[in-house]
Write a protein that binds this ligand. Structure first.
Ligand code: ATP
Length: 239
C-alpha cells in the first residue's frame, strides 16, 4: 500500500561523540500499533528512543514522522508535533504536586490540541486523583510511572515512547501499567515500547523488533517471536 507509516527510521546511525551505537537502523510503525523494541542491556534501545525524540541527533539516515523529515528537530520541536518520551527515570518533579506536574506538561506539548485536560487525566487515573495535592516525591514507583504516562496524555501525544515502563515495579503494579498502556492505545495513541521483560513486551505488542549491538536483527509478531526459540535464546537470553 502507499500508506505512509506514522514513524519511519531509515538507515539511522547515531551515538555519543565518537561512539557509534546505532548502525543502519530501520523500522516503521503504523498509526494505532503497539510496537516493542527488545534486546539485551546496552543494545541501543534507549538511544533509539532518544534519536526519535531528538535528544540525540542521527549522524546519517532519516527519521520521518507522518512523512515529514524530523531527523534534525530537537526534543521541544518533536513534542510540538505530538511525540512524547516517558524516560526510564520518569523525571517527575519531586517538589511539585501531582496536579502541578500535570499542569506543567500541558504547556510543553503538542500544537494541535486535542490533548486531555488535567481534570480529565485525573479522572482517567483514579490512583493519581486521590493524590493530586501530594508531592511527586511521595508517590510509589507505580504511581510515578502512571504520572509520567498521564503527562504524555495531557501533552497531547499521538506517539508515546515508553522506556521500560515496568522496570522495578511489583508484579501486580506491572499489571496495572499494562492495562494503562492498552487503554492509551484504545484512545488511538500509538506506542513504541522498550521492555527488558520480554513477556510484558510480547503480551502488549502487535509487532516486535529485536535489536542487537545497534542493529535490528529480527522483526515479527508476538506469536512468531514466542515460537522462535533460536531468536529468544540468541538475542534475548530467554527460554
Ligand atoms: P539499557 O537497558 O542498559 O539502557 P539500551 O539497549 O537501552 O540498554 P543504550 O542505553 O541505548 O542501550 O546504550 C547503548 C550503548 O551506548 C551502551 O554501550 C552505552 O554504554 C552507550 N551509551 C549510552 N548512553 C551514553 C552516553 N550518554 N554517552 C556515552 N555512551 C552512552
Amino acid at each position: 500500500s502507499d500508506r505512509v507509516p506514522l514513524l519511519e527510521l531509515e538507515d539511522v546511525d547515531a551515538g555519543y561523540g565518537e561512539t557509534r551505537v546505532l548502525h543502519d537502523l530501520s523500522l516503521a510503525i503504523e498509526e494505532g500499533e503497539i510496537v516493542s523494541l527488545i534486546g539485551r542491556n546496552g543494545a541501543g534501545k534507549t538511544t533509539t528512543l532518544r534519536s526519535i525524540m531528538g535528544i540525540v541527533t542521527p549522524t546519517s539516515g532519516m527519521i520521518a514522522y507522518r512523512g515529514e523529515d524530523i531527523s534534525h528537530l530537537d526534543a521541544t520541536a518533536t513534542a510540538r508535533r505530538g511525540l512524547s518520551l516517558v524516560p526510564e527515570e520518569r523525571q517527575i518533579f519531586p517538589e511539585l504536586t501531582v496536579r502541578e506536574n500535570l499542569e506543567l506538561a500541558s504547556y510543553g506539548g503538542a500544537d494541535d490540541v486535542d490533548s486531555l485536560s488535567v481534570d480529565a487525566a485525573l479522572e482517567t487515573f483514579e490512583n493519581l486523583a486521590e493524590r493530586e495535592g501530594n508531592a511527586g516525591s511521595s508517590l510509589s514507583g507505580g504511581e510515578q510511572q502512571m504520572l509520567a504516562i498521564a503527562r504524555a496524555l495531557v501533552a497531547g501525544a499521538d506517539l508515546i515512547l515508553l522506556d521500560e515502563p515496568t522496570e522495578g515495579l511489583a508484579p501486580y503494579i506491572v499489571q496495572d501499567v499494562m492495562e494503562i498502556i492498552e487503554d492509551l492505545n484504545d484512545r488511538g495513541i500509538t506506542v513504541l515500547l522498550i521492555e527488558q521483560n520480554v513477556h510484558v513486551g510480547l503480551a502488549l505488542a502487535d509487532r516486535n523488533y529485536v535489536i542487537n549491538q545497534g542493529e535490528i536483527v529480527w522483526e515479527g509478531t508476538s506469536a512468531e517471536l514466542e515460537a522462535d526459540e533460536e531468536v529468544l535464546d540468541r538475542y534475548l537470553g530467554v527460554t
